[in-house]
Design a protein around this ligand. Structure first.
Ligand code: MEV
Length: 437
């Protein structure tokens, strides 16, 4: 039986691995060696990575790939993508090439405002809370002066502060709802520090407020919101239907018609919408991760946005209008290009450099383009050949590895399956046949 451990975090990395081997791997040293194999021989780099998180025992590699030839607002980008799923980078590159020859991607930032709330409960009359907020607002804002100073210098800072009465949703529930401009920072720390200061000032002012003599409000929590419907970027591609050309044996006109239908289906049908948007996130997450941004925050915000009218829908739209095929999307993306992982992780720094050290607004555009391109590539395959042909061709390396083919056998099997869709069964059969020769 395994007994709980105390002081695990105090053990050295080697001691942690040894404990894991002894406790969870029956003393099998090879499991420990797998963990150690991934330690970097560059000590400084390893120390840096160990410092990112707690209780680290190894590094978890994700491929860092490049999708070149992205023409965005007339600038050519090679987009870094960190993703483990085969065919994502290939699909992005294919979409980039297709649109490179048709005018490229147009991207526009629509807004950069983020928000956060101090969540409060108060059992008294709402007029008292309203009066208190009117009395306290200037002082609440004033208490932020020193926190705001450097952000204000960069043209950012708190933009608004309002009291929101949420009592119809939950008895006694109010918010201080604040909006923020955080320039090139994602801004989570700035926003949370600001909100906690607001909460502190709120508490101290409330304590001595005569209206609250009998019933004191209580601050429940203060935290930024990862829902960012006012921090959005619009991205679009378009070309005359005549210029689409024949795609996988399908005429340009039929392709455009089926493409539009596919998007309509994802707009009205949540089962399809989730997979459709997952494909978009293949592109968005890969850039978010490569650039050291917080993909969980982006994921949460994007999916909430996809359901903003009460039903989960496609994030992309498509139409044929005056003979033009138009494909577009608006994505909520709170990203940073300074601070946090973006400037700590050496590969994120390289990713930023590769993108010309973009502003956060530029990174929003690039990331949104990767999402739209990924969706284009997915629908492109889905309404013509289906996705398995291309996907399995990319996935074949993983499958060959799993069935234990050696390098020579891998090459032979890849040749044999160049024009057919591989499955585990068919690959195993061909491998056995090869070995019996
Ligand atoms: C696979 O990772 C993503 C797709 O399923 C997206 C889609 O269906 O649109 C291909």
């Amino acid at each position: 039986m395994i007994t709980p451990i105390t002081g695990f975090s105090k053990l050295s990395k080697q001691e942690k691995v040894d404990w894991l081997v002894a406790t969870y791997f029956n003393g099998n040293i090879s499991s420990g060696l797998v963990l150690e194999q991934y330690w970097s021989k560059y000590e400084q780099l390893q120390d840096l990575h160990d410092g990112f998180s707690e209780n680290t025992v190894s590094n978890y590699y994700v491929p860092f790939g490049i999708a070149p030839n992205f023409l965005i607002n007339d600038t050519l980008y090679a987009i870094p993508m960190a993703v483990e799923e085969s065919s994502v980078v290939a699909a992005a590159s294919k979409a980039a090439k297709f649109w490179l020859d048709r005018g490229g991607f147009k991207a526009t930032v629509l807004g950069t405002l983020k928000s956060g709330q101090v969540h409060i409960t108060y059992a008294g009359a709402s007029e008292v809370m309203v009066d208190f907020f009117a009395f306290a607002k200037a002082e609440l804002l004033q208490s932020l002066d020193s926190i705001n100073a450097s952000m204000e210098k960069r043209g950012g800072g708190i933009q608004s502060l309002e009291l929101v009465d949420k009592t119809s949703a939950m008895a006694g529930y109010y918010q201080l709802h604040a909006t923020f401009e955080t320039r090139d920072a994602m801004g989570a720390n700035f926003i949370n520090t600001t909100l906690e200061q607001l909460a502190t000032t709120f508490r101290s002012l409330a304590q001595n407020y005569p209206g609250f003599e009998n019933t004191q409000p209580e601050v429940v929590m203060s935290i930024l919101s990862n829902y960012v419907p006012d921090c959005t970027v619009h991205v679009q591609v378009s070309c005359p239907v005549d210029e689409i050309g024949t795609i996988n044996g399908v005429s340009g006109a039929d392709f455009a018609r089926k493409f539009v239908q596919a998007i309509q289906i994802a707009t009205v049908e949540p089962y399809r919408a989730v997979t459709h948007n997952k494909g978009i996130m293949n592109g968005i997450d890969a850039v978010v991760l490569a650039t050291g941004n917080d993909f969980r925050a982006v994921e949460a915000g994007v999916h909430a946005y996809a359901a903003r009218d009460g039903q989960y829908r496609s994030l992309t739209q498509a139409r044929v209008e005056d003979g033009d095929f138009v494909f577009e999307a608006t994505f909520p993306l709170a990203l940073g290009t300074v601070g946090g992982m973006t400037s700590l992780h050496p590969l994120s720094k390289i990713a930023m450099e590769l993108l010309g050290n973009p502003t956060a607004a530029d990174l929003m555009k690039i990331t949104a383009v990767a999402g739209l391109a990924q969706n284009f590539a997915a629908i492109h395959s889905l309404v013509t050949t289906g996705i398995q042909a291309g996907h399995m061709k990319m996935h074949i390396n993983n499958m060959l590895e799993q069935i234990g083919a050696n390098p020579t056998e891998k090459e032979a099997l890849k040749k044999e399956f160049a024009n057919k869709t591989p499955s585990f069964a068919s690959l195993k059969e061909s491998l056995a046949a090869q070995r019996n020769k």
